[in-house]
Design a protein around this ligand. Structure first.
Ligand SMILES: *Cc1c(COP(=O)(O)O)cnc(C)c1O
Length: 450
């Protein structure tokens, strides 16, 4: 066999995988080798898998391994990867040019679809969930003329300065309070409260009510694992904000068009008869492209430039390819899609609980709508303090055993597991077959750490 020639400058060194080789190259040119921290596998150890392609429920890595994907790009891929109808719409859109910096028809249609499905009366597109929450907070401050923002520990709203006061995802794993680089002046107007704690909310509003511009919460927290709002909690938050002249901002970047057809609001507000003042969206509504949005009451949204005085803008906001992908995804996201994802989730959830119970691993499996997650500790998990008790060493062992068996779980113990309408019987069975061995691996790790 001829030696690798200079036309193959990056052939993997003997004994290493292509993922290992790529990760070494990535770390030389990118901090930690990744463009978003959780991808680096720091919380579970080992080498991140570099994915070359994906179809339906399956990921293929650069070494030719296949995995059932239970991350789904951290939520967006509701219909699975490379859905033929979404691809066709995107390919047609790309052929018409990729960005004009003008208004376009797809963004009107996507806005109409979002307004039809949710409580929002008007919506503005941005390019990431972070931008959506950042802009919603600016609008809330501009509308109310107040400065203080209330959030909950363990809720993640993107990497907005004022909201990195005690964030969940990623940061929870690294157990860092806030982050260097955020000025004190950005967080000294942020109140961080324990989730599901009505007394804490009442005390905060009693003391600071006339200064509070908004309370922002994940509609159903999924960035510390799934911690569902207790019955009536979101309604209580909406009512408390209204009583004090503050806006209630529901962050549905993860839950929007995912927890149900109408997001988390479809499971509580639409049933109970209340609506948030502002809602943020992202993930599913971008159909796998960088698109996100914030929207809400027409009178509040009217404060946004150019209609009103609060400035906000974006070169690629409402990009025609991204909005076409989002629109195709939402039009295909029918009741049957949510029913299928819910049923597949029920099957996997109960199998996880059974496998962990049989292996003697303490665990709690929690769900919100079609989303669920697994805590390796006794439950219930009501807030971030509870979630922090999860056994991360046991999760790392569980994760790697699942990966070896062809199942790609979130590489962190504090994340939601996501399914898609493409998770068919074969994909689900692959997960079920992998669980008993992974549960035993978790049990061995629990014994070591105990
Ligand atoms: C993912 C997420 C964000 C941030 O979205 P990005 O597109 O990653 O900036 C904000 N809020 C919630 C609830 C999220 O899950």
């Amino acid at each position: 066999m001829p030696a690798p020639t200079s036309s193959e400058p990056h052939a993997p060194a003997q004994g290493t995988t292509r993922s290992e080789d790529l990760f070494a190259r990535a770390r030389a040119v990118t901090p930690g080798g990744v463009n978003s921290p959780v991808r680096a596998f720091n919380a579970v150890g080992g080498t991140p898998r570099f994915i070359r392609s994906a179809a339906g429920a399956w990921l293929s890595d650069v070494d030719g391994n296949e995995y059932v994907d239970l991350v789904c790009s951290w939520g967006p891929m509701l219909l699975g990867h490379a859905h033929p109808e979404v691809l066709a719409a995107v390919q047609a859109a790309v052929a018409r040019g990729t960005s004009y910096g003008t208004p376009t028809e797809p963004e009107v249609e996507l806005a109409e679809e979002i307004v039809a499905r949710t409580s929002v009366e008007a919506v503005r597109f941005v390019s990431s969930g972070t931008e959506a929450t950042m802009s919603a907070i600016r609008l809330a401050r501009g509308f109310t003329g107040r400065d203080v923002v209330v959030k909950f520990a363990g809720c993640y709203h993107g990497h907005v300065d004022a909201l990195l006061a005690s964030a969940g995802s990623g940061l929870a794993t690294f157990a860092v309070p806030g982050t260097p680089g955020v000025p004190v002046s950005s967080t000294e107007l942020t109140l961080v409260l324990p989730y599901n704690d009505r007394a804490a909310v009442e005390a905060a509003f009693a003391e600071h009510g006339d200064r509070i511009a908004c309370l922002i919460t994940e509609a159903a927290p999924g960035n510390m694992g799934i911690v569902p709002p207790e019955p009536g909690f979101n309604e209580f938050l909406a009512a408390t904000c209204r009583r004090h002249g503050a806006l209630f901002v529901s962050d549905e970047v993860m839950t929007g068009f995912r927890a149900s057809r109408q997001g988390q609001w479809g499971l509580d507000g639409a049933v109970e008869g209340w609506a948030p003042d502002l809602t943020t969206f992202g993930k599913v509504m971008g159909g796998g492209f960088p698109a996100a949005a914030f929207g809400g009451r027409a009178d509040v949204m009217a404060h946004l430039a150019p209609q009103g005085p609060v400035y906000q803008a974006g070169t690629l906001a409402g990009n025609p390819v991204a909005t076409t992908a989002g629109l195709a995804t939402l039009r295909l996201a029918t009741d049957e899609v949510y029913a299928h994802i819910g049923a597949a989730g029920d099957t996997i959830r109960s199998a996880v609980a059974t496998a962990l119970a049989e292996a003697g691993v303490p665990h709690t499996v929690q769900a919100s709508g079609t989303m669920f997650s697994v805590f390796l500790c006794e439950g219930p998990v009501r807030d971030f303090t509870d979630a922090s008790r999860t056994d991360t060493a046991a999760y790392a062992a569980f994760f790697h055993a699942m990966l070896e068996a062809g199942v790609y779980l979130p590489p962190s113990a504090y994340e939601t597991w996501f399914l898609s309408s493409a998770h068919d019987d074969r994909a689900v069975q692959t997960v079920l077959d992998a669980l008993p061995g992974a549960a035993r691996a978790a049990a061995r790790a629990t014994e070591v750490s105990a």
